[in-house]
Design a protein around this ligand. Structure first.
Ligand SMILES: CC(C)(COP(=O)(O)OP(=O)(O)OC[C@H]1O[C@@H](n2cnc3c(N)ncnc32)[C@H](O)[C@@H]1OP(=O)(O)O)[C@@H](O)C(=O)NCCC(=O)NCCS
Length: 236
């Protein structure tokens, strides 16, 4: 049986994608997206000076087990199991609150992270911070909530000794590209994704990302990039 929450989440996500990129663009990109899930990988060097953090439109705090219901209200596609798994894996969730309402979440990892949208593990370098996922409530978008969270994250990561901040963005996601690439000054370091081949997926990785037996790993910038490493991986 399909849970109502899942249905609401999937339908809601579809409407949201249409709102984000426009119906015409969805119709143009959807066939390609169904066949090939391609994400662009961006990196920001944290050893160079960072711009100051702008004024914050929301109250931020680290989220924990008491916030599962609020997280599911914000993004119903996230199951309680998935949320707990992320914490078990050592991921960090920072929330943005308007009064008692959670309107933003940002998931980050220092170390390997299972990415549900890729269906595999991504292993950054020990000195990398990986932005796993972020979500702003549709009614509070375009107010800089994600941009300020990204600035805060860069400073936090640098202060914690990270040398680089990494993020993956679906190639069609204009809002996320504005924040991740344009506002944060990240540079494109590779791509990763898979071809949908019915019962299997054919993964690919380019640039500083590499496929290996356990998923995808990230090379240091000074290692020669792997171009189009391809393996077949069964669907989970
Ligand atoms: C991507 C996302 C997190 C951005 O959050 P946000 O808080 O709206 O981001 P900001 O307000 O800081 O910046 C949004 C940028 O998106 C665009 N934008 C502006 N108004 C917008 C609106 N009402 N809705 C969506 N995007 C808008 C603008 O290009 C803006 O850049 P600008 O400052 O140059 O104008 C949000 O759109 C979201 O949750 N999307 C769905 C989940 C997702 O795609 N996550 C990213 C995975 S990498």
């Amino acid at each position: 049986m399909i849970a109502w929450g899942t249905l609401r989440g999937t339908g809601g996500r579809a409407v949201e994608v249409i709102r984000l990129v426009g119906l015409r663009r969805v119709l143009a990109t959807e066939p390609r997206w169904m066949m090939q899930r391609k994400f662009l990988a961006f990196a920001r060097d944290l050893t160079t000076p960072l711009p100051p953090v702008p004024l914050d439109p929301v109250i931020r705090r680290t989220l924990g087990p008491g916030d599962v219901a609020a997280l599911r209200d914000l993004d119903p596609t996230l199951s309680a199991d998935e949320i707990r798994r992320r914490w078990r894996d050592g991921q960090h969730a920072e929330g943005g609150w308007e009064g008692d309402r959670l309107v933003y979440v940002r998931w980050e990892a220092r170390g390997p992270a299972y990415l549900r949208y890729l269906g595999c593990w991504l292993r950054p370098l020990p000195t990398d911070l990986l932005v796993v996922d972020e979500f702003t409530h549709p009614r509070t978008r375009g107010r800089g909530i994600s941009t300020v969270a990204s600035f805060r994250s860069l400073h936090r990561a640098r202060d914690a000794g990270c040398r680089r901040s990494l993020a993956l963005v679906a190639w069609w996601n204009r809002s996320a590209l504005r924040v991740t690439r344009d506002h944060m000054g990240r540079r494109l370091v590779g791509t990763v994704g898979y071809w949908n081949l019915g019962v299997t997926r054919r993964y690919f990785a380019t640039g500083e990302l590499r496929l290996d037996r356990d998923g995808v790993s990230v090379s240091p910038a000074d290692v020669a990039p792997g171009f189009m490493d391809v393996i077949d991986t069964p669907r989970r």
